[in-house]
Design a protein. Structure first.
Length: 244
């Protein structure tokens, strides 16, 4: 499949952008539906999204550029050109979470409640967005003879985009079930999202050949380990406080 879906007035519309937009749209609809279910004012969520979504895109791009600085340092136009790919989800998560924390502080809203509302939406968007990597022929893995290998530049490789997309979908369905049946404290669903996603990302990243690197270390694996430790520690702490 070609990266360009169609053109409008000479402007190429790429599948990558379409899929990201679709993920954002479905995620927003899902979160608004959850607001109505629990009686939370959805207008406050929409207000947050107006800040958090642009922040996530900027953060995802900055994260990618920072860890690929040698490639981008002499060309500003390359830095701001996101149409061909080059968004790192960890940067998007960090930027959107910081934005949400500030927004909730100003509006006097419980951040953890908002986080639980949006967690399944985030992972669903990630599951959909990974298919943009497939169309761009990026985020694939090492050579393999497995029957589900994909062909990239004449070589059969691990479809790591598919592994992560399927893992994210499993997390999405689990979080939807968990949110309705098991939630004990605000933040529980979001913390589970962070830890479960990071576990899968840690192992899948080990198969990729285009990882962002920091010396000998794969950045995504280091960040994933940090997120697993932090989210697990916060989860245990909040659960103990709840039980007191």
């Amino acid at each position: 499949m070609e990266p360009v879906a169609f053109e409008i007035f000479g402007i190429s519309i790429r599948w990558y952008g379409i899929l990201i937009s679709l993920g954002l749209l479905l995620g927003a609809i899902l979160a608004i539906k959850e607001c109505k279910r629990i009686g939370f004012n959805e207008e406050k969520l929409i207000d947050l999204l107006l800040f958090a979504v642009p922040a996530a895109i900027i953060g995802a791009r900055l994260y990618y550029v920072i860890f690929s600085w040698e490639y981008y340092r002499w060309d500003f136009m390359k830095i701001i050109n996101i149409r061909g790919g080059g968004l790192a989800i960890h940067g998007g998560i960090i930027a959107s979470v910081l934005t949400a924390i500030i927004f909730c502080k100003i509006k006097k809203i419980d951040f953890w409640l908002i986080a639980d509302i949006t967690a399944p939406s985030i992972i669903l968007g990630q599951a959909i967005g990974r298919w943009g990597n497939f169309i761009n022929k990026e985020a694939y893995g090492t050579p393999t003879d497995l029957p589900w290998a994909i062909l990239v530049d004449g070589q059969r490789v691990h479809p790591t985009f598919l592994y992560e997309s399927l893992w994210n979908l499993l997390i999405f369905f689990f979080l939807i079930w968990y949110r309705k049946n098991k939630k004990q404290f605000n933040g529980e669903v979001f913390l589970l999202y962070l830890s479960l996603y990071s576990v899968g990302r840690f192992f899948i990243e080990g198969l990729r050949i285009d990882s962002l690197m920091l010396g000998p270390l794969r950045v995504a694996q280091v960040i994933s380990l940090i997120i697993i430790l932090l989210s697990t520690a916060i989860f245990i702490y909040k659960k103990r406080v709840k039980s007191l």
